[in-house]
Design a protein around this ligand. Sequence first.
Ligand code: HXC
Length: 510
Amino acid sequence: MQDILNELEERRAVARLGGGERRIEAQHKRGKLTARERIELLLDEGSFEEFDMFVEHRCSEFGMGETKIPGDGVVTGWGTVNGRTVYLFAKDFTVFGGSLSETHAKKITKIQDMALQNRAPCIGLFDAGGARIQEGVAALGGYGEVFLRNVLASGVIPQISVIMGPCAGGDVYSPAMTDFIFMVKDTSYMFVTGPDVVKTVTNETVSAEELGGASVHTTKSSIADNAYDNDVEALLQMRRFIDFLPSSNLAPVPELPSFDDGERVVASLDTIIPANPNQPYDMKELIGKVVDEGDFFEIQAAFARNIVIGFGRMEGRTVGFTANQPMVLAGVLDSDASRKAARFVRFCDCFSIPLVTFVDVPGFLPGTAQEYGGLIKHGAKLLFAFAEATVPKVTVITRKAYGGAYDVMSSKHIRGDVNYAWPSAEIAVMGPKGAAEILYRSELADAGKIEQRIKDYEDRFANPFVAAERGYIDEVIVPRNTRRRISRALNMLRNKRTENPWKKHDNIPL
Ligand code: HXC
């Protein structure tokens, strides 16, 4: 028996070495951890249960018959994060560059199937060069199987991708179909085809960072949701992130012990709005004052900064926050902001995460650049997302809520459940100046007269009371009580049940 046990240990030791000492060293030299080191950091200590450690590829082309490495370039299994089960696969770049073979794909699909069947999040740690070139169509078929499962699991279990090395081909398409993508700065890249292919096809000379680094995908393409300084930071942030997520679309939102009183009054909110309506204030500061213990996990912090999205907790339970940011472009809604927030709202709705929306929006951004870029369709995405959402929706208008943007931002008319306004709210079709200049165009030459018209419009509409008189606003609240009012509203809405009419699926303007 001892011999057999020794053999098992030897086989395991070989598998754990992956592509060997030399490649592990190269991985470390690039500032990257190995697949197994990453798993150790992500999961609770000692919780990892590995599957398929001895799986090898079956390819014999291009001399592959002589190069078989147990595990075949991906480490798979399950474990726990702060006590909650997650399934995961981690690409091993030291084995054929983490590339995907037919058997490698089978290891991943086994994990995807188990995650779906057992309703727990599925996490992929990516560091891989796409389809194994030596395998040809067998590898492509393998990716197809992975993609299909990404799609079938979408909206049922959270799927998270962490990009931790150079990733190409299928290793960017599979993440693209998951709910969130996080990257590591300077060591991770995402592109469909790398710089060499780009040079051949388009004659463009571009570095990997310029083509698909974290700096590109967090600010320009919005493919990535956030980026972190190194592997350790990224994985620790993932542990924090997973705590916010329910395990599936049928599971309740996680409830953590909260040491922050839901009734807490925040006196400083009474003075956060500047006297001058054109002066900005930081919406993130406002969110920080309202959420439990100031703990806010922002998503896409570097993209479309005129809208802020992210997760926080109210009395220990996860909430998805969406808020216009007056500090950037006065909080205007443009195509990027609309797309960013729409996807977030839909994620929250999929997973029964209540939505809290803070509104301070001067309207949609005018101009040819926006119109040519499809503002109508992109803005419609956000409107659609808020309207179809059946989770509890609590909205607070802090200042401006002008034009179509008023309707879009989780208004009463699209099934906002509890809609509050601060006394500083201004709710109208447009700002007083624009309104007066259209209504009284003939008086434009007379500065005194038009000033008076602007003032009249301001007096009539630059307040929350016209909307409150109609019941579009449930209550005008004192800013310092915002946390208390939201906490109470969310408690009142805990058993909310609303269903949309039966349909195969909707047809959101993509
Ligand atoms: C087999 C691969 C591989 C691949 C890398 N390797 N990619 N082996 N198939 N796809 C191997 C290398 O031969 C090398 O082996 C080791 O992995 C490390 O690769 P390097 O090139 O030395 O590393 P680096 O310079 O860091 O470059 C990483 C890289 C590059 C950017 C990922 O390797 C690359 O461009 N690979 C090809 C990417 C690609 O075009 N894939 C096919 C995509 S098509 P040794 O033995 O030297 O350590 C696809 C279809 C899916 O995925 C369908 C999508 C819809």
